[in-house]
Design a protein around this ligand. Structure first.
Ligand SMILES: [Fe+2]
Length: 169
């Protein structure tokens, strides 16, 4: 049981760091997008959801005996996100790169919550399990939206670029 608790605490801290990274990434993307209003609106919506997820995970973390020893890791995650945002800004196709990155990132989040749901279930942490299931729904919806819109975003980017309109953001 002690080992199980350790793994659970570790995965929960990682998930929290991941959501902090997501907040940085989504804010950077939303701020830069200019010509893709539907994408921008969906990112803003998920940013609000993600802020709620970060808070919900922080509440669960604060209840752990080990507390929040994740400060260093969280800071590292934020730095990584900042660097990624800057790199994205330098590309000529940042909106497409951003949509691809978000699509991959959402699936990483989905995997994270599936693992946490299984662990919480083994530990009979019913309250935490319900939190993870709620978050999983939001991540799944965002992933599905991105999947449905990757085609449109790509075509709109190509069309604007062909016409020498600002396309990259
Ligand atoms: Fe998330």
């Amino acid at each position: 049981m002690a080992h199980m608790q350790d793994h659970y605490a570790h995965w929960l801290r990682d998930a929290h760091a991941m959501e902090e990274q997501a907040i940085s990434m989504l804010s950077a993307q939303a701020k830069r997008i200019e010509n893709y209003p539907l994408l921008e609106a969906r990112i803003e919506q998920h940013l609000t959801e993600t802020r709620g997820q970060e808070q919900a995970l922080r509440t669960l973390l604060d209840k752990l005996p080990s507390g929040r020893s994740s400060a260093l890791k969280d800071a590292t995650g934020r730095l990584a996100a900042m660097l990624q945002g800057m790199t994205g800004a330098l590309t000529q196709d940042e909106v497409v790169k951003g949509a691809m990155t978000s699509y991959a990132f959402e699936h990483f989040e989905i995997a994270t919550y599936r693992v946490l749901i299984a662990a919480a279930d083994e530990l009979a942490e019913t309250e935490a399990k319900a939190v993870f299931e709620q978050i999983l729904q939001e991540e799944t919806a965002m992933a599905a939206w991105l999947q449905d819109n990757l085609d449109d975003t790509t075509r709109l980017f190509l069309m604007r670029d062909e016409r020498d309109l600002q396309a990259k953001r």
